[in-house]
Design a protein around this ligand. Structure first.
Ligand code: NAP
Length: 251
């Protein structure tokens, strides 16, 4: 018997790692909120896959760097799916390869806003609802960082790498702050995963180009990251908080 009391929000789940996470969550008995910003059609395709698995599903368009939109997102989910038990902060962007010295600060600001402020905004809203001291039942948060936070992305996207470094640090601090509220906070750090983010970075075949340099000699699949996220959200990881799983083919 599948327990449908688990409710998850996966930010940026119209494609890529977020979509794979939404689908895996549906398989594991969650009611699923699919969030997106532009591509309604893709979000609907993910929703169809989720519904075919028998899961309740809600699509919410919301820009997760806007505090009021984040509040609306959480409110809609709570009204329609029930109290939120899990949050995956998956939204992340990168821009074209460029040396740090040439990066317009407007670009750096935009990357930091999307990749860092969105995590602050969504964590704040989740904690208000999950915390035992506010009448909640606890919950789990998984942040999607990147191997870039360890490697630095020299010559490519130091702005992106630095934003993911901030996500790592936030994960450590927040995990300690909210442990007493029965909320666990963990993080995954993918490496080179086959998704469209590389197209947005100006090189659609980046994973193929770099695969042979990786110890495992291949790029990763979104579902491989999703499996790690779902484990961190599950009871099987009940004593794990403030931890990181690197999914970077050995890099
Ligand atoms: P992706 O394929 O580019 O998908 C990005 C998703 O985020 C889309 O669903 C997009 O919605 C949504 N989105 C973007 N900005 C948003 C905003 N402001 N508000 C709401 N939704 C927004 O990305 P991905 O490759 O799956 O990456 C997912 C996460 O993994 C990111 O944090 C990324 O940094 C991290 N990561 C990826 C890799 C990799 O190799 N792919 C490696 C390391 C880390 P629309 O479809 O509507 O535009």
């Amino acid at each position: 018997m599948v327990n449908r009391n688990k409710v998850i929000i996966v930010t940026g789940s119209s494609r890529g790692i977020g979509a794979a996470t939404a689908i895996e969550a549906a398989k594991q008995g969650y009611s699923v909120c699919i969030n997106y910003i532009n591509d309604r059609e893709k979000a609907e395709q993910v929703a169809e896959a989720v519904s075919l698995l028998g899961a309740s599903c809600l699509i919410v368009k919301a820009n997760v760097i806007q505090q009021e939109e984040v509040a609306r997102l959480f409110e809609e989910v709570e009204q329609q799916l029930g109290p939120i038990t899990a949050l995956v902060n998956n939204v992340g962007v990168l821009h074209e390869k460029m040396k740090m010295v040439d990066m317009p600060l407007s670009r750096v600001e935009s990357v930091l806003k999307t990749n860092v402020l969105s995590v602050f905004a969504c964590c704040q809203e989740a904690i208000k609802r999950m915390a035992i001291s506010s009448g909640g039942n606890g919950g789990c948060i998984v942040n999607v960082s990147s191997a870039a936070s360890r490697l630095g992305s020299a010559g490519e996207y130091i702005d992106y790498a630095a934003s993911k470094g901030a996500v790592d640090t936030l994960t450590i601090g927040l995990s300690k702050e909210v442990a007493i509220e029965n909320i666990r906070v963990n993080c995954v750090r993918p490496g080179f995963i086959h998704t469209d983010i590389h197209r947005d970075g100006g090189e659609a075949s980046r994973v193929e180009r770099l695969a042979s340099a990786l110890p495992l000699k291949r790029g990763g699949e979104p579902s491989e990251v999703a499996n790690a996220i779902l484990w961190l959200l599950s009871e099987e990881s009940s004593y794990v908080t403030g931890s990181f799983i690197d999914l970077a083919g050995g890099l």
